[in-house]
Design a protein around this ligand. Structure first.
Ligand code: BTN
Length: 251
């Protein structure tokens, strides 16, 4: 059912019932699958989030999707990658007529201030050589009550659309949009996608707190630069932060 809606029907699709983490399945297949290949599971027993957190992955209630992409560009040039993935998810939701979709740098996807999806990008390969990107996304479709354990406000697609969700169609739309954005990014870099990212910027001009190691930094968020780094106005001037090193929240 998913293949039927794909722009690239030859996309390798690996469907699983239960896995540890879909990102790990992709990792095991590096060298065997082409860019754009997808792994999907109905549930994960060891789903991972950013910053070493786990990602609750109950059965059939979310999309647990990982996509492989092989970049010949160096690490420096793909620093905007995780933002590009956010743009693909946000655009997919907007096309479903979900309004107020926002991206919280680097790539948490929010609707009306509640998290609806998260992205975990993992990179493998040698510095100077080709780079293998494992792009994992968890998109909430219809989470069960047990999800109360989640440590922040969340929502899901069913709630935002207050009705039936065609999961296969949504999944195919997301795969199409990811492949389109990643192809564009590979060919033209992050700068052309920056405008799209800005349109979803959830932190723009907001007072924020950043946690960098043990240090808390307060300031006002001023968007991102053309490498995807976050710009913060602080009392001592503007500072630039790269993904992975900090976490940020609205004050
Ligand atoms: C986050 O917001 O912390 C990122 C969550 C990413 C979860 C997805 S689900 C599919 C893929 N497999 C994983 O183990 N994690 C990602």
């Amino acid at each position: 059912h998913i293949k039927h809606h794909l722009h690239r029907p030859d996309t390798p699709l690996n469907l699983h019932h239960v896995v540890g983490s879909t990102n790990d399945i992709i990792k095991q297949q590096i060298g065997h699958w082409p860019s754009g290949a997808v792994c999907l599971a109905e549930a994960q027993t060891a789903g991972r989030g950013r910053q070493g957190k786990s990602w609750l992955s109950p059965f059939a209630s979310s999309l647990y999707l990982s996509m492989y992409w092989n970049f010949t560009l160096g690490y420096q040039q793909i620093s905007g990658l995780s933002l590009v993935v956010g743009v693909a998810i946000a655009s997919t939701l907007k096309r479903l007529n979900i309004n107020n979709v926002g991206l919280k740098w680097p790539n948490d996807v929010y609707v009306n201030g509640k998290k609806i999806a998260g992205v975990l990008v993992e990179l493998e390969g040698q510095v100077g050589g080709e780079c293998h990107a494992i792009i994992g996304t968890g998109l909430n479709i219809r989470l069960p009550q047990q999800a109360e354990q989640i440590d922040q406000p969340w929502t899901d697609v069913a709630n935002e659309l207050s009705g039936e969700v065609d999961r296969n169609q949504l999944c195919a739309n997301l795969i199409n949009e990811l492949q389109r954005c990643l192809t564009d990014f590979e060919a033209r870099g992050f700068t052309p996608l920056l405008e799209q990212w800005r349109a979803f910027d959830y932190l723009a001009d907001q007072p924020v707190s950043l946690l960098a190691g043990q240090q808390v930094i307060e300031g006002v968020a001023r968007g991102v630069n053309n490498q995807g780094a976050l710009l913060i106005d602080t009392p001592s001037g503007q500072r630039t932060f790269y993904g992975g090193e900090v976490s940020v929240r609205r004050r």
